[in-house]
Design a protein around this ligand. Sequence first.
Ligand code: B12
Ligand code: SF4
Length: 552
Amino acid sequence: MRFLLVNPHYPISETPSPPLGLAYLAGALERAGIEVHILDFVVFPYSPAVIESYLKNIRPDVVGVTSVTMNFKNAIRIIKDVKKFDTNILTIMGGPHVTFCGDKTLITYPDLDVVVLGEGEQTVVELAEIIQNHDDLNVVKGILYRNGSEIQATPMRSKVDLDQLPIPSRHLLPLGRYKALGMPISMTTGRGCPYQCIFCVGRKMSGARVRLRNPAQVVDELEYLNTLNFHQINIADDLFTANKNHCLAVCDEIIRRNLKIKWTSFARVDTVSLEIISKMKEAGCNAVSFGIESANPKILKKIKKGITIKQVIAAVKLCTHIGITPYASFILGLPGETPETLKETLDFSRELKKMGLSSGFHLLAPFPGTEIRENSRQLGIKILTDDWSQYHANRAIVETPTVNKKMLDKIVSAWEDEYHEFLANIQKRMKRGESTRAESWQLINLERIVLVYELMMEGIIEKCGTWSSTDSPVSGRVLLQKLASRISDFKPCDEDKLSNTLQYHLEQGNLRYDQKNGQICWKWVDHLWQPILEKGPASNHQAVGGVVVPGG
Ligand code: B12
Ligand code: SF4
């Protein structure tokens, strides 16, 4: 029995982390003795031919694809590729999109066989057993499947005990690529959120009851992640500060072990206090993200956010006082939004900026499963499209009676222009030698990320990085110059910038070369497998039939 799990493409601008959900599923499958591979199109180039070559080499019995709403179309394209290759492969999909529109999805896309609802660790293991024994799918809880022309639903599964789950199988993920792109790595200390924000899917996925992991095991995992040298670790709990005692216990354990770890987390402005924020700071937390959503009290009430402007200001002041960077997320286009409330929110974010808060703005995306979508009419929201690829929250897909798409899109375009001007301004001052070190670093880093992403997604190192060499042994610097020159012959670019970027990644251990059998071969370091918390040697996840598959 072999599983192939796939992460479909979505843009780097969303600062993706290595797909934790897939690593959890893989952990559960591996523990059950089932062979599993992961293919990640966020950091590898996608094409039907690539999928075909993986399928030929791995020969999976089941292909499972994850998706959020905005990359659902990419996910379904992969499912179609799989069925085109072999109709006998069972195709399954899970994640926060299909969990809430599984029936419709199965009806619309006959190539998809099964939808897994909610948490998938136990479900995939049971599915594997059922398929192996040729039993009926109806005994597997928490799925939707096609039975002739009918869509069958099995009873819901109760939520898992987090301490019973295996450590996520991160050795199967191309962590090195995420690290080279400067993305954070994530982990969770608990799942669930007791609040009721009407635009949120997270709470519905993980449940209103907060389930917590043993703090010592949490810190074991943090300690392991720290050895991987990502520039940032993100605690991806829906709400890390949901349970004060747990939050303090995790921090205390980090402090007790004297670990020097930089991490970030999500919080609510009404769940932080001097005690919590000071302890988080002492334990290495350097930034906290708050969902503020709107400055208008009536809107906050309508969306059941349950916070006040006074609490927002207090939380921001508290963080800056203690030395933790506060971030805020606002949503525009919420129920009750008017031109006046938009101005109120934008003005408020400017006020908070003066206090040291950085803000990110999203436009409302009414995801399947949310109260805001289900009750859109009563809430005065007009949903403009069901084209899921538009649900990225960067362009308007809803209107209120007084705020139309044009008004919302204009605000976003203005921010985008402002951001580009900001970067152009640093560039100008950098050329004149007037920029600060931090500004120059910010720009250089951004340019590096863009270049590395292009190199990865166009497969340039793979195309240009292998040549025969009879000279022995040649220094790394010479080989790097040759690589840069081969790349710039292939893809016109600034050779100095390219050389510096390659040099940087060689030094950071993100890029490496082998010199053997008369060949030089450059490659990205995909896997950062460290045996600290793993369950034994990585099994057969390396080269399969000439194609290097993720793993090992
Ligand atoms: C941390 C987080 C992030 C991080 C890291 C994301 C990442 N990919 O690593 C950051 C900040 C970068 C981020 C970005 C975005 N996020 Co986010 N994020 C979360 C958060 C809080 C936790 C996700 C997580 O790590 N959960 C823990 C893991 C273990 O669970 P999981 O991934 O859901 O996987 C489990 C199940 O879903 C299921 N499953 C998942 N896939 C599959 C596949 C198969 C085959 C099977 C069988 C089962 C299965 O089994 C897994 C194990 O139990 C969730 C809230 C939530 N609770 O879902 C929102 C959430 C997933 N994010 C959301 C959104 C919208 C986004 C963005 C699109 C932002 C935007 N522009 O609006 C981007 C897109 C990134 C992406 N593709 O995930 C929405 C998704 C809603 C939707 N329907 O699309 C959520 C639900 C929050 C919300 N608004 O309600 N996010
Ligand atoms: S507090 Fe955060 S996780 Fe909880 S329901 Fe609101 S938005 Fe969702």
